[in-house]
Design a binder for this molecule. Structure first.
Ligand code: S3P
Length: 168
């Protein structure tokens, strides 16, 4: 059996925060691909990027995603790049779990990115980098998602309620 719900979206869209709240409300485990990678490797995502490069990180991410898609009854948040490979796209389209895309604009995300988090892809020119990634990835997020939630003007509680309504 697969996860209860899967959250996708760009860096800063709130997948981890919202996912934790949804898991609390449902009283089921929360999993986050980045956290699992960090636990398994004993290193931060940033260190893995820095020491081994992005490609090595993507290999770890792919393995974690494969395992987590088999893990039953969790709220699963994916790192922003985790759904992008062709294999990940196919797996996420095939899975029975609802896939929810947290959509956010650059204006809303701007104050959240570029500092206070471990985001090696946004080290230089965070807004520009975020936007470039988002332009490439938005069509993929949209094509995988069963539901899109525009999180721009919503409170965390509203977003959590909306997710619970979608998956009930
Ligand atoms: C990435 C997103 C990050 C993390 C890594 C790469 C990406 O996760 O996996 O820094 O490619 O968008 P969050 O979306 O949880 O910040």
């Amino acid at each position: 059996m697969p996860p209860r719900v899967i959250l996708i979206g760009p860096m800063g869209s709130g997948k981890t925060t919202i996912g934790q709240l949804v898991a609390e409300r449902l009283d089921i485990p929360f999993r986050d691909t980045d956290q699992v990678i960090e636990e398994n490797s004993g290193r931060t995502v940033s260190d893995i990027f820095l020491e081994d490069g992005e490609e090595a990180f993507r290999v770890l991410e792919k393995g974690v995603l494969r395992d987590e898609l088999l893990s039953d009854g969790t709220v699963l948040a994916l790192g922003g790049g985790a759904p992008i490979s062709i294999d990940a796209q196919s797996a996420l389209r095939a899975i029975a779990s609802p896939v929810i895309y947290l959509d956010i604009s650059l204006a809303t995300v701007a104050p959240r990115i570029g500092f206070n988090r471990d985001r090696p892809l946004l080290l230089h020119n965070p807004r520009g980098q975020w936007q470039t990634l988002m332009e490439a990835r938005r069509p993929i997020y949209e094509s995988i998602a069963d539901t899109v939630i525009d999180v721009n003007t919503k409170t965390e509680i509203d977003i959590v309620d909306e997710i619970l309504e979608v998956i009930k």
